[in-house]
Design a protein. Structure first.
Length: 318
């Protein structure tokens, strides 16, 4: 059997042998395929392997050898349910405050966007088109940088020039040996300030390889590359910076409350509709007033609403 030695190298464990007629057991662990064998082992993802081995060593050193029984499992389930129930009241209060702050509109979770077939999570082009329109509603670089988590955007952009938001921009490099298309580009004239790659579905490491081509196509020190997805990747982003859909929604919620004047009510309603579609179809949130609210989602939803509330309060003091 191959084990990870203290020197950082794989070695064969003493006394571990495999018969000639026995097939080696195989275990698929994340992105690493481990085969118990006496032959030389070829592994290219050493960093992922080191992380897995380290996690296993920590778990093994802290956990009991005894296998938990139904008593422990039942206690865990009761504790989990109690924790969720304790969050329901604060969640209902935060949700009520959000609806009042967004009057004459309401909270984005009020509408049932999962019923809209066009907004299924696998329709990335729909969310990219809608995000383009949402970004076009904000003319100042500070708000745009706020949405995309880029404080440098306000510093690099010229406040006297309009910001254009382009879709599907063809570039010379993408995947190896192929051209590419950028989902979103925020620019001022010929200056490409932010490139956004949009992901709404689950993705693999191979889906991120085109990022190297994108950064090669736009060789400018002032261009920032943003990877927008639900969850962060386990590997590098080839020059891109991860931004979560949850962060974008929190920023849009806080900005929407300052746009409720008579001139922006309709556009703000559509922005909040976009937030609701993302939160329900991509993040899995539901209305706290729904009878089908999963208790396990309550803590995450409460944190989401409280972050938007704190951000709006902080921005209002500036």
């Amino acid at each position: 059997m191959l084990v990870w030695g203290k020197t950082g190298k794989l070695r064969q464990s003493p006394g571990a042998k495999i018969g000639r007629n026995r097939r080696p057991p195989i275990s698929v662990l994340g992105s690493i395929r481990m085969v118990v064998t006496t032959r030389p082992l070829r592994i290219t993802k050493w960093q992922a392997l080191r992380g897995f081995v380290t996690a296993c060593e920590r778990l093994d050193s802290r956990s009991s050898r005894r296998i938990p029984g139904w008593v422990e499992a039942s206690k865990l389930a009761r504790d989990f349910h109690t924790m969720g129930q304790a969050v329901l009241k604060p969640l209902a209060d935060a949700y009520d405050r959000s609806k009042k702050c967004l009057f004459p509109l309401s909270d984005p979770l009020d509408a049932r966007f999962p019923l809209h077939r066009q907004l299924f999570s696998d329709r990335e082009e729909v969310y990219s088109d809608w995000l383009q329109w949402v970004l076009q509603q904000f003319s100042d670089p500070r708000s745009l940088g706020h949405i995309l988590g880029s404080p440098n955007f306000a510093r690099l952009a010229n406040p006297e020039e309009p910001v254009s938001v382009d879709r599907e921009i063809r570039v010379e490099h993408g995947y190896a040996g192929q051209a590419g298309r950028l989902d979103l580009v925020l620019r001022q004239r010929s200056r490409r300030l932010i490139v956004v790659e949009v992901k709404t579905r689950a993705y693999e490491d191979a889906d991120l390889e085109k990022h190297a081509g994108y950064t090669k196509s736009i060789d400018s020190p002032e261009t920032e590359f943003v990877f927008l997805a639900v969850n962060p990747p386990d590997t590098g982003l080839h020059g891109f910076r991860f931004v979560s859909w949850a962060e974008v929604c929190v920023a849009l919620r806080s900005l929407a409350r300052s746009r409720l004047g008579s001139d922006h009510v309709l556009s703000t309603a559509l922005i909040l509709a976009f937030v609701g579609a993302v939160e329900q179809n991509l993040l899995g949130f539901v209305s706290p007033e729904s009878a089908s609210l999963p208790v396990g989602k309550a803590p995450r939803m409460l944190d989401h609403l409280m972050r938007a509330e704190r951000m709006e309060q902080r921005d209002g003091k500036r």
